[in-house]
Design a protein around this ligand. Structure first.
Ligand code: ZN
Length: 146
């Protein structure tokens, strides 16, 4: 067992972890919170080594898993190709086409930020040119398809 003591100005809590990585992860997340009024401090007691002190997340030998970018996932890339092959190759809003020099984007009608369950729905996709897509941002949910 790995015993960890978490300190701030007001309290001390002790917790036990089964694995060293589990302990590092908890310490990392505890120290990630920056509070100027409270200095945080953690001591890790491992069964086989001397106690280790940590005062900031950067000292913890823990790498948080990198979040896979949605737009690089296979599921999205496949759906995007499907959308491009089915939907008319022009901007739903201003009618710009590749031939007129537009860069066409496959856009989520209902944004992923507010409707994550629709992020892989073909029915939630439309083609927009880059300026229209940027202008739309996440502020509108409008369906501009014909
Ligand atoms: Zn447009």
């Amino acid at each position: 067992m790995f015993n960890v003591s978490f300190f701030n100005n007001e309290q001390r809590k002790a917790k036990q972890y089964k694995t060293l990585n589990g302990a590092y992860k908890a310490i990392y997340h505890y120290l990630l919170i920056k509070d100027t009024k409270q200095l945080r401090h953690v001591i890790l007691y491992s069964p086989d080594s001397a106690a280790q002190n940590f005062t900031c997340a950067e000292q913890v030998p823990y790498q948080p898993p990198k979040k896979l970018n949605f737009y690089q996932t296979r599921a999205w890339l496949e759906l995007r190709v499907e959308a491009l092959s089915i939907l008319p190759a022009k901007c739903c809003l201003c009618g710009a086409t590749k031939e007129s020099g537009a860069q066409l984007h496959v856009d989520h009608i209902k944004p992923r930020s507010t409707h994550p369950h629709l992020q892989l729905e073909l029915n939630n996709l439309q083609i927009l040119c880059q300026p229209c897509n940027i202008g739309k941002s996440n502020k509108f949910n409008e369906d501009w398809r014909d």
